[in-house]
Design a protein around this ligand. Structure first.
Ligand code: MG
Length: 334
């Protein structure tokens, strides 16, 4: 199969800057790809590389798109370099001719709280709206101050609610151990990426921490692609795998491997437009196992709300994923 290929690079201002241990993001850059097959079928995909996840950049993606020219075939998609996983995934999505059926009518969503003290003002309103899983970024300020804030935050939660902490790799061993000691007594569902994947000895340290403390750990930045998932499966990772579908080339095979290993998976946003988000959410809806609260509680995200995914709510229904927004997003980017 040969396709006509076109792409649009974009830089969309965010409604509110997103602050994590990786820095501050004020706009989302990415690339929308369009494939038109010989029989006239058109498909779209979104490359959404994220700082801290492998070495992929929008610049490198665009350079590859320029190199491709205006015709691609299956071999050209396979030839996308391994480090450009998000671009390869975008092309896979655009070329796909069928979609996995939804196995769930609706799925719960985790609400993303702002970093720092701002979380305290938000959490009660979100709990009232029905959210029971909250995600809070840590590793942004002093660890002892953040733990004190977390105590205040937990006091505002309804019974049965849980908090996910995401350190985005900001801690060292000593800080991580102090947190894990305290979290043993708190309703913390898991701690995401306590240690940066490129820290020396990170893999052994993560495995050691996961074995030594009761609070589960989750890998996120450590999973920059399908190869990393395979490596951690082989290492017997006992914690959670945070899968950002937009970053995983060969997503179907990767999810099959996770399923065979009975892995605990959390599907998560890479701060895509609704085009990339839909592909990721469809993967979550197709997951046969337990689907934990989706890490897609990120909207409204863009200054131009027409790029946002489903309105933030405690649940997403499968029907909300039925319409392909590819054409509309492509047109809006012109
Ligand atoms: Mg994370």
């Amino acid at each position: 199969m040969t396709y006509r290929f076109a792409y649009r690079r974009f830089a969309l201002p965010l409604r509110v800057a997103v602050r994590t241990a990786h820095g501050v993001m004020t706009q989302r850059e990415g690339i929308c790809v369009r494939l038109e097959s010989e029989d006239g079928r058109v498909g779209y995909g979104e490359a959404a590389p994220l700082a801290g996840f492998g070495r992929e950049t929008v610049e490198a993606d665009e350079a590859w798109c320029r190199r491709i020219g205006d015709r691609v075939d299956a071999e050209a998609i396979v030839a996308v370099p391994p480090e450009l996983g998000s671009l390869a995934r975008a092309l896979e999505v655009a070329a796909a001719t069928d979609e996995a059926p939804a196995r769930h009518a609706y799925l719960p969503v985790a609400a993303l709280l702002p970093a720092g003290r701002a979380a305290l003002e938000k959490v009660e309103g979100l709990a009232e709206a029905g959210f029971r899983t909250f995600k809070w970024k840590v590793g942004v300020a002093d660890a002892a101050d953040e733990r004190a804030l977390l105590v205040d935050l937990l006091a505002r939660l309804p019974a049965g609610a849980k908090v996910r902490l995401d350190a985005n790799g900001a801690w060292d061993r000593r800080i991580a151990e102090r947190w894990l000691e305290r979290c043993a007594d708190w309703p913390v569902e898991y701690i995401e990426q306590p240690i940066a994947p490129d820290m020396r000895g990170a893999d052994d340290l993560l495995l050691g921490l996961a074995a030594d403390y009761p609070t589960p750990l989750a890998l996120d930045e450590s999973l920059a692609g399908a190869g990393d998932v395979q490596r951690w499966l082989e290492a017997g990772w006992p914690g959670i795998y945070v899968v950002k579908p937009s970053l995983v080339r060969g997503l179907g095979a990767c999810l099959d491997a996770l399923e065979r290993a009975s892995a605990k998976v959390v599907f998560s946003s890479a701060l895509e437009t609704r085009l990339g988000a839909r592909a990721g959410l469809r993967a979550a809806f197709g997951w046969p196992g337990e689907v934990r609260a989706l890490g897609f509680g990120v909207w409204p995200l863009f200054a131009d709300g027409s790029f946002d995914g489903p309105a933030l709510a405690p649940f997403i229904r499968a029907e909300e994923m039925s319409v392909d927004p590819g054409e509309a997003v492509w047109t809006a980017l012109s």
